[in-house]
Design a protein around this ligand. Sequence first.
Ligand SMILES: [Zn+2]
Length: 287
Amino acid sequence: MAVLDRLMAASRISCPACNSDALQPLYADSQARVNLCGTCTLMSVAYVDGPPAPERVFTREHFQRNYLGTRETQAIPLWNEILDALERIVPARGNLVDVGCGVGTFLLQARRRGWDGRGVDISPDAVALACDRGLPVETGRLAELAWPAGGTGVLTFFESLAYERDLYGTLETAHRLLRAGGVLAVKAHWLTPRSVRLLHLVSRALGRRPYARAMMHLSTSGVRWVFTPESMTMLLRRCGFAVRHVRRLPPLPPTPGRRLSWLVRRATGAGSAFIVYAVREGRPVRS
Ligand SMILES: [Zn+2]
C-alpha cells in the first residue's frame, strides 16, 4: 500500500472530543501524519508503521535521566501547586491514583502530604523503580485493571493521556472508577495548530525534516494526541466531567545541549503546558 494510503487508513477516525469527522491534515512526512479537528482543535497523530513500542521508549535509563535526582527535586514545587489545587476542590485528602505515574515522583510527594496515593504505568522498568522506592504501583493500562467502580477520589494523568490509543475509552474508565464528585487532573503539552504549522515551516527551513516531529515529542515517544485547553475541555465534557479550572504552566528552562530546540519552541509558542481540573458530573455521551 502506498504511504499516503496507509496514512489515510490509519487516520480515518472521528474526533473523540467532539465526534466530528471534519479532520484536516496539518502536516505529513514519511513516518507520520498530524490531523487537526476543524471543530474543536484536537490534533491526532497517525504513524505509518504504528507508534514506537512503549517498552522501548520508557526504559530505566529514560526515567533515571529525566525524572530522578535533581529533576525530581526540581519538580516538587509543581507537585505542591497541584496538590494545593486538589486540596481546595476535594473535602479531604483521600485515595489518589496517578495514571502513567512513571517512577512515582508525584506519588512520593502526595504521600508525604498525607494522600493515599498509588499508581499504574505501562512501563515495567518504571514500575520496578517505583516499587524499589516502596510505592504501590502496578504495570498496565487503566482499562485493564480490575479496580472497583466508584472507589477512587482523585485520578491524575500527567502527560500520559496523550499516549492512549483509545482516548474516549480511557476517560470512560476514569469516569467509572471515580466516585461522584471525584476529581480528574490532566496535564498536557499545549500546542496550538498555529504552533504545529510554524514548527513544520521552521523544520523545513532548517533542512531537518523530522525536527518538528521531534520537538512535538512525536517521533521518539509515540504521542498520539496533541491538546489545546479548548479541545481538552470538550473531550472531558463529552466524557462526563465538568471542568472547574484550567491553568497555563510556565515554560520549562532549556535542557543543556538543546538550546536551539528550546528557542524554536519559545518562538513558535510550542513550549507550554497546561493543567485542567475537572469534577465527575453526569455521564459520558457517545454521540
Ligand atoms: Zn473535535
